[in-house]
Structure formats: structure tokens, C-alpha cells
Write a protein that binds this ligand. Structure first.
Ligand code: NDP
Length: 283
């Protein structure tokens, strides 16, 4: 029996457009899906109440962003494989009566990557060791990457991520301290920027990388969604590399989330078009 007593609420939406809300609602509208995706600001001390509220109101699920990605785990019933390895959740899914934590950031990235190259058997250089790098590193390793070199400015964070990948996945991972312009070894297949370098408004910021070491057989991916054509994306394209911008990851994590919550496959092009209107108007 699925009986809900109606509860009609009224709350203020933040004035600024939230890109994730915009792209997901665009997909719902396009496909005529009877779902809504709304943004709620939750203070850390209210997180437990918020999850209980979502449970009580029969939400199909929700995304959570910083600072809740780790703390939310205490309020859930279980974790998917990659979320368990990362120790971080960005997407909660109701399955039967349980709330299960997943991490769709890395899955979204790998889905974008697989449109160009399969990570299986490949050698990867990963710049950064924060949340995005962790998600990408774990999911790329689970997708079969042979080796992952983590390059980070802060040694402790980089060493921790390399150790996590070595211990919890089948990839061989090592850490290189980022000093000066990094030289990409010629046998590398995939180069990923998972730092925040280049994010709006610091759009001219340069990744410390010797772009002369990028070769046309390499795939170069940037996580920065805004602006989509970062300096790295432009430099790598000029070197003849296959390039991936950060919109693909953002769109695909949304597509995967919608599939988890509603069982529906939506058109990623609709979501990408909405993000391009927000992040790259006129391009
Ligand atoms: P974190 O703050 O967790 O990590 C930031 C990383 O960037 C760290 O490794 C940090 O190094 C490094 N970094 C930042 N500034 C510099 C610098 N000047 N020089 C060298 N390294 C630097 O952030 P997240 O991992 O959560 O996010 C990173 C980026 O990924 C953000 O810009 C975000 O927008 C993007 N992102 C994109 C998504 C998408 O769907 N496209 C999804 C999630 C994130 P250190 O450890 O030394 O501080």
C-alpha cells in the first residue's frame, strides 16, 4: 500500500540559479517526467533531521554536496561499492525502504571518458587529491586502469589517495609531489585535472604542466565545468589531444542520479545544453 497524507510546504529557494537543479529540471521537462528536483540549504547540525525528513516524505533520493558528503553516511542504511571505498557520498537513493549512499561523481566521469577511451588497461596521471580526484581515482581504478599517478601540491593528501587506490583497488598507484611544471611521461594514456585550478572566476589560471609533453595519442580531461573550455582544454586540443571538458562529468552524474531515482534514462544533450546556457552563453 502506498498511502501518503498530503503535506504542502512553502520555502524560499535561493535566488541564484543552481546549475544542477537547472539541468535536472530541464531533463524532467523535456521528457515530461512527473518529478521535481529542488535545492534545500541544510546546516551541518540539521543533517540528521533533513535525512529523516526525506525518508518520512518518501523522497526517491537526493544529492548532497560539501560539507555533508562524509557526515551523511551516519544517517544512511548502506553504501554502494565505490562510495564505501571513497568514504564519501554525493547521491542517496531509496531502494525498497532503505537509503543507500552512492557516489556518482566518479561514475559520471568514467561514463564521459568511455565515450572516447576505455580506462581498462590504461595508464593515468591524476592532478589533485581532493574529493573530485578521490571519486575519479577510485572509479577509474574500478573500471580497470592499470596505473594511476597522483600528482598533488600537498604531500599528505596525495600520499593518502595513492595509498587508498593501491590498497583498495587493483590499480598500481604512486604519488608525485607537484613541484614546477609536471612532465607527462610518454607512456601515459589519460591525463586528468581534478584540481580547482581554472574554475571561474580564475579562468586564466594555468595548471603547472609542461604542455610540450602532451602528445596526440593522449586523452586529456578537465573536471572544471565553468568555464567548459579551460586553458588546459584549449592547450591540449592545440597539441592534438582528445579533450573532455567538465560538463560531461556533471551531466553524466546527473543522468546516473536520475536513473537511480526514477528508473528513467534521460537525454544528456538536453542537460548539457542547459549548462552551456549558464556557463558558456554565446559560445
Ligand atoms: P577540494 O578542495 O577537495 O580539492 C581541491 C584540489 O585542488 C586539491 O588537490 C588541491 O591541492 C588542488 N589545488 C587547488 N588549488 C591549487 C593550486 N593553486 N595549485 C595546485 N593544486 C591546487 O575540491 P574538489 O576535489 O571537491 O573539487 C575540485 C574541482 O572539481 C572543483 O573546481 C569543482 O568545481 C570540480 N568538480 C567538478 C565536478 C563535475 O561534475 N564536473 C564534480 C565535482 C567537482 P591541495 O591538496 O594541495 O590543497
Amino acid at each position: 500500500m502506498n498511502f501518503l497524507s498530503e503535506l504542502t510546504g512553502c520555502f524560499a529557494q535561493p535566488a541564484a540559479e543552481n546549475p544542477t537543479v537547472e539541468m535536472i529540471e530541464a531533463a524532467f521537462r523535456h521528457h515530461g517526467l512527473p518529478w521535481r528536483y529542488i535545492n534545500c540549504e541544510i546546516a551541518p547540525e540539521q543533517l540528521g533531521d533533513a535525512v529523516r525528513g526525506a525518508r518520512a516524505m518518501n523522497w526517491a533520493g537526493f544529492n548532497c554536496s560539501l560539507p555533508h558528503k562524509v557526515a551523511v553516511i551516519d544517517h544512511l542504511d548502506g553504501l554502494g561499492e565505490s562510495a564505501r571505498i571513497m568514504g564519501a557520498v554525493n547521491c542517496v537513493v531509496r531502494r525498497d525502504d532503505q537509503l543507500i549512499g552512492e557516489n556518482t561523481d566518479g561514475k559520471g566521469f568514467v561514463q564521459s571518458l568511455e565515450e572516447h577511451i576505455s580506462p581498462a588497461g590504461k595508464r593515468v596521471v591524476l592532478f589533485g587529491a581532493g574529493g573530485a580526484a578521490r571519486a575519479i581515482g577510485v572509479e577509474t581504478a574500478l573500471a580497470g586502469a592499470t596505473s594511476i599517478t597522483v600528482v598533488n601540491r600537498t604531500a599528505a593528501r596525495g600520499e593518502e589517495l595513492a595509498a587508498l587506490l593501491s590498497e583498495r583497488t587493483s590499480a598500481a598507484a604512486d604519488f608525485v609531489l607537484w613541484e614546477g611544471d609536471f612532465q607527462v611521461p610518454p607512456d601515459i594514456d589519460i591525463v586528468i585535472n581534478a584540481t580547482s585550478i581554472g574554475l571561474y572566476p580564475d579562468v586564466s589560471a594555468r595548471l603547472p604542466l609542461d604542455t610540450e609533453t602532451l602528445t596526440s595519442n593522449m586523452v586529456v580531461a578537465d573536471v572544471i565545468p565553468n568555464p567548459p573550455r579551460t586553458r588546459l582544454v584549449r592547450d591540449a586540443a592545440a597539441r592534438g589531444c582528445t579533450v573532455l571538458d567538465g560538463l560531461g562529468m556533471l551531466v553524466n552524474q546527473g543522468v546516473i542520479g536520475i536513473r537511480y531515482w526514477t528508473g528513467q534514462d534521460v537525454d544528456p544533450a538536453i542537460m548539457r545544453a542547459r549548462l552551456e546556457q549558464l556557463f558558456a552563453p554565446g559560445e
